[in-house]
Write a protein of this length. Structure first.
Length: 377
């Protein structure tokens, strides 16, 4: 058995294993075998590793101190498949990103200041910089506070994440096809209207009604329907081909399982969360359900929320058509299976009448859970 120093951190509504890059082999081709064994994949229960048998708890963050004066640390995100010997380094996880700042401070990669410390994070997956605002009273990371996020019990201190110039994280463009709306020909179904938007992460948006959903469904409702899961993955696969990520839509789950993220949106409506809480339509701007690694996300990915907030501002997009009219871009409220989530976006129109996105931002919490040594085969 081999061993490696690591930390388990909750970031937002995700949980992952954090590793200093210099603890891994310099040959990155060796990383996959180590991370798969560490997390216990492939196995639906991940019983032989640290993974939690859900896509939101099968994640790894690899961190190093930066020698670039424009940011403090480098951060590589790895989504570890549960039932396949597969790791995706495509795209970023915003929830895990919320723990990178606290982790960097705890590990001495960044010197904290009294009050609030801003950690500049370079995400290698998207080549974008994230500014993490971490609460550090007395120059120590604080995990105590009254800020709450849906999907996580209790409260903690807030971590504000500001994503600089998030457009084109993987495709180089906010609208990869140049269109606010595209119509995709879906095999064994009908044409479906989608919006392909790349802000913080590339997403493919569809209206719930276009696939026979209401938008108020919970993950268990969708995941128990194999035909629906197949349809949603087919749409995502066709979108991945459109974006140039893969050549055959049938290979989406194997070759591009994490991006683009498929997101189902609909008009505000009353619904009941996975925890049994009643949410009223007037408390939200839009209903959203996301897919994650071929199953329904239990809450909502932060990068997905940031992309949703951006897409809401794009005239004529699928999201723009269903979002509450007159919503505040600085505080758009998305209703997901776990509850409500607020995010902000700054959009400007340039001289060419094109949308530019200087910043998107979200609010999360994080918690240091374990620091020690893990063993892998």
């Amino acid at each position: 058995m081999n061993k490696i120093e690591c930390v388990i951190f909750r970031g937002g509504t995700s949980k992952g294993v954090f590793i200093l890059e210099d603890k891994l082999p310099k040959d990155k081709e060796l990383w996959d075998g180590i991370l798969l064994s560490l997390m216990g994949s492939p196995d639906k229960l991940q019983i032989d590793g640290l993974g939690g048998a859900t896509s939101t708890t099968s994640k790894v963050a690899i961190i190093s101190k930066s020698d670039n004066p424009d940011w403090d640390v480098n951060y590589t995100f790895a989504q570890v498949s549960i039932d396949k010997a597969l790791i995706s380094y495509k795209g970023n996880c915003g929830n895990i990103s919320s723990a990178v700042g606290p982790y960097a401070i705890e590990k001495g990669l960044v010197d904290p200041v009294d009050g609030e410390t801003v950690v500049r994070i370079y995400n290698t997956n998207t080549n974008k910089v994230i500014y993490s605002h971490v609460q550090t009273p007395n120059k120590e990371v604080s995990y105590e506070g009254d800020f709450q996020i849906a999907g996580v019990p209790g409260s903690s201190s807030v971590v504000k994440l500001a994503f600089k110039d998030p457009a084109g994280s993987m495709t180089g463009k906010l609208l990869p096809t140049g269109n606010a709306v595209d119509t995709l020909e879906i095999p064994n179904y009908k044409p479906v209207e989608v919006s392909l938007v790349d802000s913080s992460n590339p997403l493919v948006f569809i209206k719930a009604s276009d696939v026979g959903l209401k938008g108020t469904e919970l993950p268990a409702d969708i995941d128990k329907d194999p035909a629906m899961l197949n349809l949603l993955e087919t749409i995502r696969g066709v979108a991945a081909v459109k974006l140039g990520f893969i050549a055959d839509y049938k290979e989406s789950a194997e070759k591009s399982p994490g991006v683009p993220k498929l997101t189902i949106v609909s008009e505000a409506a009353d619904y009941v969360t996975s925890q049994g809480e009643e949410i009223k339509a007037e408390s939200m701007d839009i209903l959203g359900r996301m897919m994650s690694m071929q199953l329904t996300h239990k809450t909502y990915a932060l990068t997905g929320a940031l992309c949703t907030a951006t897409a809401a501002n794009i005239e004529g997009s699928v999201v723009n058509k269903v979002v509450r009219k007159g919503f505040d871009p600085a505080s758009i409220t998305i209703a997901h299976p776990g509850g409500l989530m607020q995010n902000g976006v700054e959009c400007v129109i340039n001289s060419n009448n094109e949308i530019e996105v200087p910043w998107v931002y979200g609010y999360r919490t994080a918690r240091y859970i374990m620091d020690g040594v893990a063993f892998y085969r």
